[in-house]
Ligand binder design. Structure first.
Ligand SMILES: CC(=O)N[C@H]1[C@@H](OP(=O)(O)OP(=O)(O)OC[C@H]2O[C@@H](n3ccc(=O)[nH]c3=O)[C@H](O)[C@@H]2O)O[C@H](CO)[C@@H](O)[C@@H]1O
Ligand SMILES: C=C(OP(=O)(O)O)C(=O)O
Length: 433
């Protein structure tokens, strides 16, 4: 596939209505979990992005049928599957390849997985996954490949050493097939973890405590067939709030999934961006104060990420760019990943007033006038953050490696251009000529 470049003309206001895609990080574990049942599964609102396409190729390679029936509807039937050798190149493209471990172990009693890929945003440990599988009775060998074996998974009282999102998801799918009751303690509870749990319940699993940090799973479940719609992507909603704010645009984000937006709205309110609500729609007006809210006593505020229900790590890059357009000073504290903030050197080159204190903390003093620049997207969210910076900068910007953005955001150029953005999507061969 030819690499993609975005050429963005800054300074245009957007207007109109946009609906977020289905949640990437829910679609991925749910597609993997469809391997748990030998009955057909139909998934609606699946984002048609590079990550889901890659996972679809992977589940086909173990014998499942997977067919796009409509642009965002995927029919999966894992009647007979085998723990075949998975393609290392495909596994290395996405973090979510690790999510095949739970369902394949449950169905086949063993699985050999090449290492997963995903965003290069810092160390991405797998220890929590291993800990959970071992407590459920599996033997785990981790060298160049991950080998898991367990002819019969057994329910257990599992305490995760950190609330890892994908480890919770792997443990949950394995626990649904395990014999006996499993307690998953210190579990992650992100909207996508909840969506996976609701999908499993719709398939026939018994899970208590969904949305909390302790889930109780009664296994083994007799799983059937289901049609299930993936929830809206709260990270895409947050990205759109930031985009509307930096371009001074009025946007209606339709069917935004309000129940999962409290910490995100609170984070943007700290930057002086308040959203209105109409039913399940979120409206970002073009009259924002864009004034960073000091802490009591005039102290410098901070915005930090933490596991759910706090402000999500995947919105930190977006929030940093947004803060460059707001008046005041704020400390941005990325607690979870140690390489995610390095992209700020590009924002500094564009005119952003930012001090990168260390890999986890940056001080942003705004507002600053950004100038168009040549950039390269290191990961999905930094790429989207660069798109925000380009959209509010003077002049034209180029984002190389926009493929990264397309790993997570469906047809984003087309959807934003329909609102008035000026993004030209260029395959690299056209660029070099
Ligand atoms: C496919 C998928 O769903 N990917 C998401 C998933 O990745 P993933 O499941 O890989 O992320 P984890 O939840 O395992 O951990 C993310 C990072 O945060 C650290 N950590 C985690 C928990 C904690 O209490 N303290 C802490 O510091 C971990 O050590 C790790 O460095 O969750 C991340 C955190 O929301 C998101 O950025 C990714 O988009
Ligand atoms: C970090 C992300 O994805 P992944 O875990 O798939 O790399 C993300 O969605 O921002």
């Amino acid at each position: 596939m030819a690499p993609i470049q975005y050429i963005i003309e800054g300074g245009h206001r957007l207007a109109g209505t946009i609906e977020p895609s289905g949640n990437k990080n829910a679609a991925l574990p749910i597609i993997a979990a469809a391997l748990l049942t030998e009955h057909p599964v139909t998934l609606d609102n699946v984002p048609r992005i590079r990550d889901t396409e890659t996972l679809v190729e992977l589940i086909r390679s173990v014998g499942a049928s997977a067919e796009w029936k409509k642009p965002n509807q995927l029919a999966i039937h894992a009647k007979d599957i085998r723990a075949a050798d998975l393609d290392p190149e495909l596994c290395a493209r996405i973090r979510a390849s690790i999510l095949l471990a739970g369902p394949l172990l449950a169905r086949c009693g063993e699985v050999v997985l090449p290492p997963p890929g995903g965003d290069v945003i810092g160390r991405r440990r797998l220890d929590t996954h291993f800990l959970a599988f071992e407590q459920l009775g599996a033997t785990v060998t981790a060298s160049a490949r991950l080998e898991l074996r367990c002819p019969r998974l057994k329910g257990a009282d599992v305490f995760l050493d950190e609330p890892s999102v994908t480890a919770t998801e792997n443990a949950l799918t394995a626990a649904v097939a395990a014999h006996g009751v499993t307690y998953l303690r210190n579990a992650a509870s992100e909207p996508h973890v909840q969506d996976l749990a609701h999908f499993l319940v719709a398939l026939g699993a018994r899970i208590e405590g969904i949305g909390t940090n302790t889930m109780v799973v009664h296994g083994p479940a007799k799983l059937g067939s289901v049609t299930y719609a993936i929830g809206p992507d709260h990270i895409e909603v947050g990205s759109l709030i930031g985009l509307a704010a930096v371009t001074r645009s009025k946007l209606r984000i339709a069917r935004a999934g309000l129940t999962h937006l409290r910490s995100i709205r609170m984070g943007f309110e700290r930057l002086g961006i308040a959203c209105d609500v109409e039913g399940d729609d979120l409206i970002v007006s073009d009259h924002q104060s864009l004034k960073i809210q000091d802490d009591f006593g005039g102290h410098v505020p901070k915005l930090e990420d933490q596991p759910w229900p706090a402000f999500p790590a995947d919105l930190m890059s977006i929030a940093i760019v947004t803060a460059t357009q707001c008046a005041g000073v704020i400390l941005m504290f990325e607690k979870m990943f140690e390489s995610r903030m390095f992209f700020v050197d590009k924002l500094i080159a564009m005119g952003g007033r930012i001090v990168l204190c260390d890999p986890h903390r940056a001080i942003v003093a705004g507002p600053s006038r950004l100038k168009g620049a040549l950039m390269s997207s290191p990961d999905i969210r930094a790429g989207m953050a660069m798109l925000l910076a380009a959209a509010c900068a003077e002049g034209v910007s180029t984002i190389n490696n926009a493929d990264q953005i397309e790993r997570g955001y469906e047809r984003i150029d087309e959807r934003l251009n329909a609102l008035g953005a000026k993004i030209r999507r260029v395959p690299a061969r056209e660029v070099t000529s």
